[in-house]
Structures are given as structure tokens and as C-alpha cells.
Design a protein around this ligand. Structure first.
Ligand SMILES: Cc1cc2nc3c(=O)[nH]c(=O)nc-3n(C[C@H](O)[C@H](O)[C@H](O)COP(=O)(O)O)c2cc1C
Length: 224
């Protein structure tokens, strides 16, 4: 019989203890995680991107399928093409607003693709055999949700290193797939800009610029 606190087999569990001080720090991390669009141009330390991707890769996934596919965009031509595409989509988005809202929209900066030293694009591979289909019979979209969880983990892991992440979704999935020459079946989830932020704040930028305030949590909790 295995001694108390250990499991039979190759691995022993030594579960860490998360104390009150850690929980306070974690809450601070959650409060200061921001979507970042204004980056300093300095590069990230060597090996950090790989480390952050390893932390994202530890995210939960339906059936343990790990359906995330991350493309590290290094080629300047591809980056330029994506920026030009964003500008076109953003023009279209602006055209959908009128009056004061349009003026406000035009003043927003909705991506950091111009300066972020690291640009990662997250896709979901809907054809993966990994996980043998477990858990997705009635909701195949759980594969995409798994990728979103990996991004959330990456976001927090980056912030813990002082690195900001900005999620860009104002892009056409088919155009992104073409720019990056990835399989057409992969589903685009998000273009992620990473780098050191120019400024830090506990408030979302969209709140500070008067676009949208956060609303009280009570409005989103229901009891039955
Ligand atoms: C799925 C998703 C897509 C997003 N797309 C964009 C985007 O295209 N451009 C942008 O500036 N921010 C984008 N954001 C960031 C949100 O605007 C941001 O999370 C929100 O305003 C709250 O701010 P915070 O993340 O700093 O708390 C996106 C966030 C999510 C979760």
C-alpha cells in the first residue's frame, strides 16, 4: 500500500499549499490583468515565449484534446499584411457607428500589432484525434472553448512576468488563415500581441476612455 499522501504508480503527489498571501497576490494579478494595445518595443527575454506557451499548454481541454495551435508570427511581410487587413476591417466597423459613438470609436486603439514584439495567433484544430472525441458529442464547440482557456492562462502567465497581452479579434478568419498559410480547416480564435506595456492600470482601457463601463456582478448572477 502506498504511504499516506502518495499514489501508487510512477508519480507521487506533493500538492503545494497556497496560502492567504498567495491568494491576495493572485487576486492582484486578476485585477491588474489588462488587455494591452500600447506596447514598448523592447523584446521579451529569451525563452520567455516558450515558457508562457508551456503554461498555456497546461490548460484544461475537452477530452484532454489540447486543440490549440499557436503560430508565432515572425515574418515582417505577414505582420504587415495582417496590420493592413486590420485597418480595413476597422474602417468597416467604424462605418457601423453614428454620431458621438462613431467619434469615440475612431479615438480607440484596438490593437497593438504595430509595436508588439511578439505576435502569436491562436487557432483550434477541429480535426484533432487527440481526446478520441470525449466530451464533445453534443457540443463540438467545446474544442474552441478549450483554446480560449489556454489563451486565458497565457494572458495571466504573461502578466505575472510583467508582460501585457492584447487580443485582436477584428480580423476575417479566412484572411488570417491565408496570411499565415495554415490549414483552412483550422479555426481562427485570436491574434495575440505580447510585449511590455507602456502603462499599467487596474481599469480596462475601454472603461477609462468612456466606451463601456463594467457593470455590477449582481446583474449577472441568477438563482433558481
Ligand atoms: C474574445 C475577445 C476578443 C477581443 N477582441 C479585441 C479586439 O479586437 N480589440 C481590442 O482592442 N480588444 C479586444 N479584446 C479585449 C477587450 O476589449 C477587453 O478584454 C475588455 O475591454 C476588458 O478590458 P480588460 O481585458 O483590460 O479587463 C477582446 C477580448 C476578448 C475576450
Amino acid at each position: 500500500m502506498a504511504p499516506t499522501g502518495q499514489r501508487p504508480g510512477r508519480y507521487r503527489t506533493h500538492s503545494p499549499h497556497f496560502d492567504a498571501a498567495f491568494r491576495r497576490r493572485l487576486e492582484t494579478l486578476f485585477r491588474w490583468r489588462r488587455d494591452v494595445r500600447r506596447f514598448r518595443a523592447d523584446p521579451l527575454p529569451s525563452g520567455l515565449v516558450e515558457r508562457l506557451l508551456a503554461q498555456a499548454d497546461a490548460a484544461p481541454s475537452v477530452g484532454n484534446s489540447q486543440p490549440w495551435r499557436f503560430v508565432v508570427v515572425e515574418d515582417e511581410g505577414r505582420r504587415r499584411a495582417a496590420r493592413a487587413h486590420f485597418a480595413a476591417v476597422n474602417e468597416r466597423a467604424l462605418a457601423g457607428y453614428r454620431g458621438e459613438r462613431a467619434r469615440l470609436y475612431a479615438s480607440l486603439k484596438l490593437e497593438g500589432m504595430d509595436r508588439a514584439p511578439v505576435q502569436l495567433v491562436a487557432f483550434c484544430d477541429p480535426d484533432t484525434d487527440q481526446g478520441h472525441g470525449l466530451g464533445r458529442l453534443t457540443m463540438p464547440q467545446t474544442l474552441e472553448w478549450s483554446v480560449v482557456l489556454a489563451i486565458a492562462q497565457l494572458w495571466l502567465a504573461a502578466r505575472a512576468h510583467g508582460v501585457g497581452l492584447g487580443w485582436v479579434s477584428l480580423l476575417e478568419p479566412a484572411v488570417v488563415a491565408e496570411i499565415l498559410a495554415v490549414p483552412q480547416r483550422w479555426r481562427f480564435i485570436g491574434w495575440l500581441c505580447l510585449g511590455y506595456p507602456e502603462e499599467e492600470s487596474p481599469e480596462p482601457e475601454l472603461e477609462r476612455l468612456g466606451w463601456q463601463r463594467r457593470t455590477p456582478l449582481g446583474e449577472r448572477i441568477f438563482h433558481r
